[in-house]
Design a protein around this ligand. Structure first.
Ligand code: GLA
Length: 698
């Protein structure tokens, strides 16, 4: 985004010195930049508004109620294609321009969504080849959404035209602050038609150049899969060759990235550079590689839904940090639920105060905007009983007051967050290739790499109170500790990148199943951890999907391994065994489970088992202590989450009590409490209570 774009360099420079002053240690590299809109409050709250669903005479009433609630942003038009292009090539944007102007009159800026998730009926009727073909060969019918084919050249032409017309009309509108491409990227659904298969084959040809090369990397001699002609290569449906399946995921990523680029190009051509371009992602949704798809966006945003049940602060915090890590910038929560959704197995309402706690959690983790989906439900349509701020009669529902309270707070104390970002000493590495490879070959249904990531995250965040989640290929030099809980796909180039970090003084911790595959999803002959075996001075001799827990003991105390256990073997005299298995299946008895070794100026540690929570906590304590990681705030009671954002000359803490009992939190020293304007060194938080502590005295 232009605001961050222009001042990114200056921001880095100033922030490095601020962080150094607070930490009194060499500063970690700032890994984020703000995504704030010049001239607007530093943190914003808004909603999804659909003026096309209501008579124009009603609009101002809605906007007045939004203004009264301090809602400052509307995202509009992302499903309004049939209103904007009622028939082929005939555009009508006048109504939208009036809606944007009326919103601006009420101090509300607009984010325009391109409507390409919902092509109009005239389009799909006239050009049925724009509709997706399902894996079973059936063409999708019109009337839901994401029914078009992202790989159809004809569909892309229509998308380009509507995006271009919108950009010509609104690209210089002062009240349009940015764009959202499509909506949730059609859930990465693909069309299984002949044209798409040809595109996949061409894509493979461009990648592998020769069939010999492809056959070798996929080991197609296995099961007589050898290809003699590019046209023989299928789109995988269900289980297939792991190399082919991974390449299909890369092709899906390529398809949705180029689908998006097609629209970005015309928007960039006609729009002011000050208008940002984003896409609304979905946390751990894994349809495509998010590091790739976000490359050409100004910043990432995501849709934060709980669905059934209640917010799991660790999982939700992890998903925020994952999103911040896509571009290593602050981010937006483009949608979140106003109490309840309509699509889950049980659409229970969040408890009173829970959504406010969630909104503040987003800010603590680096969001600069939070929007509720949606303002008011249409009287008919698939989502007519989804959560809202305004009921079918057009007057506020009880939840409106909670949203308004939170938005008033954003408006009141937001200035403290100006130019601030989370800064972490610890990074967790995430890799879509590894995630997919593990999904394809789970070996045990119980192996869940996201759950394992969460267990590392929760334990490390409990101590450090700030963790980045970044691509395995991200710059790592500023981190004191880097952990990769399941880096299954670890090609030579990536190993070199990680070794450079370790040689330079970093501490790399690898979890189970790491370093097993190359970039073609083929086994590495060195065995795990592949290209890192020499540096570790040890390798995995054999791995075991566990039927039942296995006892473990060592430097971190004693406990259990569950789900997965690897038998390590050390060949270096300076290796230190940290954990050893107890008696179990005979193979694992008395064998090493975790090993560490000093290497270069740093250290490499391998943990070959999924540890129970107590052992994980002890392992995290050891890792952080060994790496010199400090906590950003200090001890907080159980269930209280603390997040920190750092800016030039200041640090701001967001304290949230996610437990169901009152908690007293002692501050490291007296600070200004921004919400109630007190000065204190301890704060009492009721369940879902929030406090914002500002420290700008250093
Ligand atoms: C998604 C979509 C929205 C809406 C909400 C409902 O996030 O982007 O259009 O359907 O879900 O929860």
């Amino acid at each position: 985004m232009p605001s961050s774009f222009r001042f990114r360099d200056v921001f880095y420079f100033v922030l490095v010195f601020s962080v150094a002053a607070f930490a009194q240690t060499p500063p970690p590299l700032p890994t984020s930049v703000p995504t704030q809109i010049p001239g607007q409050n530093a943190i914003l709250m808004g909603d999804a508004w659909y003026p096309e669903q209501w008579p124009e005479s009603r609009w101002e009433e809605d906007l007045k109620m939004m203004e009264a609630a301090d809602l400052k942003v509307v995202r509009i038009a992302e499903f309004a294609w049939s209103r904007m292009e009622p028939s082929e090539g005939h555009y009508d944007f006048d109504w939208l321009e009036r809606a944007i102007a009326l919103a601006a009159k009420h101090h509300i800026v607009s984010v325009l969504g391109t409507p390409t998730a919902t092509p109009p009926a005239w389009l799909t009727q006239e050009y049925p080849d724009t509709l997706r073909i399902e894996p079973d060969g059936q063409r999708v019918t019109h009337g839901n959404r994401a029914h078009a084919s992202a790989s159809s050249p004809r569909y892309r032409e229509f998308c380009r035209h509507i995006a271009e017309q919108m950009a010509i009309r609104f690209g210089h509108n002062p009240n349009v602050v940015g764009w959202q491409i499509d909506n949730e990227y059609g859930y990465a659904l693909m069309s299984y038609d002949d044209a798409t298969r040809l595109q996949f084959q061409d894509w493979l040809k461009a990648k592998y150049k020769t069939l010999d090369n492809l056959n070798a990397h996929w080991t197609t001699a296995y099961w007589s899969q050898t290809y003699d002609n590019w046209k023989e290569i299928p789109i995988p449906v269900g289980g297939h060759n792991p190399g082919l399946m991974l390449d299909w995921k890369h092709f899906v990523t390529y398809t949705w990235t180029s689908y998006q680029q097609n629209q970005i190009d015309v928007i960039r051509k006609h729009a002011d550079p000050r208008q940002f371009i984003t896409g609304n992602l979905m946390g751990f949704f894994d349809g495509f590689d998010h590091y790739t798809i976000t490359e050409s966006l100004t910043f990432a945003s995501w849709d934060d839904y709980v669905g059934t049940g209640h917010v799991d602060p660790a999982y939700n915090g992890l998903a925020h940090d994952l999103t911040r890590g896509f571009k290593r910038e602050n981010f937006w929560v483009m949608e979140t639920q106003p109490g309840a959704v309509n699509w889950s197995s049980l659409n229970n309402f969040l408890n009173r105060g829970e959504a406010r706690a969630m909104a503040w959690q987003a800010i603590g983790h680096g969001a600069d905007d939070v929007n509720y989906w949606q303002w008011r439900s249409a009287l008919n349509g698939q989502e007519e009983i989804h959560g809202v701020l305004v009921g079918p009669d057009g007057t506020p529902v009880p939840f409106y007051d909670e949203a308004a309270q939170t938005a008033h707070e954003f408006a009141k104390v937001g200035g403290n967050f100006r130019d601030t970002v989370p800064v972490s000493q610890v990074a967790l590495l995430y890799s879509y290739d590894s995630h997919w490879a593990l999904q394809f070959q789970k070996h045990t249904e119980k192996y869940n790499d996201i759950e394992l990531l969460k267990s590392y995250y929760a334990a490390l965040r409990q101590i450090s109170q700030s963790v980045d989640v970044v691509s395995a290929y991200a710059p790592l030099a500023g981190y004191k500790l880097v952990a990769a809980p399941s880096l299954n796909v670890l090609p030579e180039g990536l190993a070199g990148h990680l070794l450079e970090y370790v040689r330079g003084g970093g501490h790399l911790v690898l979890g189970p199943r790491s370093g097993m595959k190359d970039e073609y999803n083929a086994l590495l002959p060195q065995r795990q951890p592949g290209y890192l075996v020499d540096a570790l001075g040890a390798r995995v001799e054999q791995y075991y999907a566990l039927e039942k827990d296995v006892p473990l003991s060592g430097a971190w105390g004693s406990g259990e391994a569950s789900t997965w256990a690897e038998q390590l073997n050390s060949h270096a005299s300076d290796d230190e065994v940290l954990l050893t298995y107890g008696k179990s299946n005979g193979w694992l008895d008395n064998q090493p489970a975790a090993i560490t070794r000093a290497y270069g100026k740093g250290r490499i540690t391998y943990i070959g088992a999924v540890l129970d929570d107590k052992l994980m906590a002890a392992a995290a304590a050891w890792m952080t202590q060994k790496s010199g990681v400090t906590s950003v705030f200090g001890p907080v009671p159980d269930g209280v989450e603390v997040s920190r954002r750092v800016g030039p000359g200041k640090q701001v803490f967001v304290l949230i009590n996610f437990s169901q009992v009152n908690r007293r939190v002692a501050l490291p020293h007296a600070m200004k409490m921004a919400l109630d304007e007190s000065q204190t060194d301890a704060v009492d938080l009721p369940p879902y209570g929030v406090a914002i502590a500002v420290d700008n005295n250093r």
